[in-house]
Design a protein around this ligand. Sequence first.
Ligand code: SF4
Length: 375
Amino acid sequence: MFSDEIYSRINFSETVNTVALTTVADAEKVLSNGHFDISTLPILLSAAAADYLEDMAQIAVQRTRERFGNTVLLYAPLYLSNECSNSCLYCGFSLINKDIHRRTLALSEVEREFIAIQKAGIKHILLVSGEHPAKVNLEYLKEALQIGHTYAASLGIEIYPLETEGYKLLSNSGAETLTIYQETYEERRYGEVHPAGRKKDFFWRLSAPDRAGEAGFRGIGVGSLLGLNENTAADVYFAALHADYLRSRYWRTSINISLPRLKYAANGFNTYAVSDAEYVQYILALRLVLGDVGITLSTREESSLRNNLIGLGITQMSAASKTEPGGYSDEYSGQSGATPQFQVEDSRSVEEVTLMLKSKGIEGLIKDNWRLDFS
Ligand code: SF4
């Protein structure tokens, strides 16, 4: 388990100090050496390396092309429910928000969503829900996956942590990828922003990707929610440690990492600002160090930044996303009656995103070609 083998051996506060004490000479040495592994990541994430973005970008472009070719996988999230039994201080779906419009889609409505996403041109679909096992139980998820097979080429889930048996059931029902973000890897901060509910259990969540690996998922995504912790670079480092561990432990599983950035949080929650330049540096550093790990970019980021990050390490991006249950269906469009989880910053259509990628010499894949990788 990541928690025993890696997390218990590396101290979050010491990592913060290591990043803070990095000098320009350290950064120059690593970059001129040209050998990048997880031990060099704190240096690449440090403020001392910020003046070397151009050098890092050149290497990142080359490595992205070598490992992933000129392609980016496009996907869309399908929100099943915005009901949640947790109280995350930063999230609009939190139990503490009494006055939002909550909705769990009926299976007939889930099918309408699949049809709408398929019509929009996306075939890799991620089923997302708030954490409410009573409303979104395993049987419901299994049936939603079965419906999805008619309309999607590949399906993933982003739901509450399960036991290994639960993951096996969903994997056997056709869920190919699991996404689960730790939010912040600092246990103390995690406890502050997750004061109640099942999510309060830091290690239950931390060990979920291991259980998914044991269950045989062919893809697992991990990440940190930037903006929750003032020590952002340390959080990025721990997410990278997690991805690095998973790729060696579950070598038949493709691993993805993502750094969703929380800019405007619900409930008046104060986020820690992460600048665009810092964000770009983190993506570049991840690409240099985690050669064969995919990097996912969400529509939380603005279109101009998303355009600029193409080619620098991104391998998957969401497009034309809706973050409320029922958001895609024509009859509900704009009036789904449910509150979205977050404001989408890049609202371009799939066609517009595909054209943007094409202008940069990148092919936007609408379905995941993983089977080719392992055949
Ligand atoms: S972040 Fe997830 S678990 Fe927390 S309140 Fe929002 S939907 Fe629920």
